[in-house]
Design a protein around this ligand. Sequence first.
Ligand SMILES: [Zn+2]
Length: 239
Amino acid sequence: MGTCASRSHRHPGKRGWRAMRRGVFQPNKTRDITGLRFNNLTAVRFDHRDERVKGGQHYWLFRCDCGNEVVLRKNSVTSNNTTCCADCSRKRKALVNTKHGGIGTRLYKEWAGIIQRCTNPNDTSWERYGAKGIAVCEDWKHFESFKEWALSHGYADDLTIDRIDVSKGYSPDNCRWVSVREQANNKKGTLWIEYGGERMQLSYWADRLGLPYHTLYDRLRRYGWSVERAFTEPVRRVL
Ligand SMILES: [Zn+2]
């Protein structure tokens, strides 16, 4: 009895197969990705389909930027889960595991800031992040994973991480790298601040002073600090 139910669940059945031949019902319809690029991988050709898995898994031959050719599960590549060949992946891991491990870099600070504001109730931005349910995905709780994503998704030292949907947390599908100014203008409206005889948008002040925009914003808007204090007091590191 149980087998019957599960079988009908797994297979399209007579009507399903007929619909499939007509091209109506195509659960395994596969997209031709020949020549398309996904991160460091370019699809060369379809390789095989693994029928042992429900629905069938498609495997394609990909060429990595390093020249290696590898057969990988198509979905794993198109979903950005696999971004390069195993050799390159190992090299990247070795890179972040070297002496510095990326600690002290701007990317590391960016990551540490995310972790702090989402997980540390003592952080100055906790109220606007962690307290509101803005979380970090499990993967990104490890700097190595975050770094790997960042480097394969256009990270540069003049960019900052941006959540596409501000009600959602930090994860590969909801984040991108944008310029600080672009992010500030998109999200917060424009905040003009006068200081030392100059009037500029807060995002420009943040650049000028080398202080995080969100820190300045919090100090002025959340804590009601004077501009003088907000701009001159050193940033407390909660690490
Ligand atoms: Zn490679």
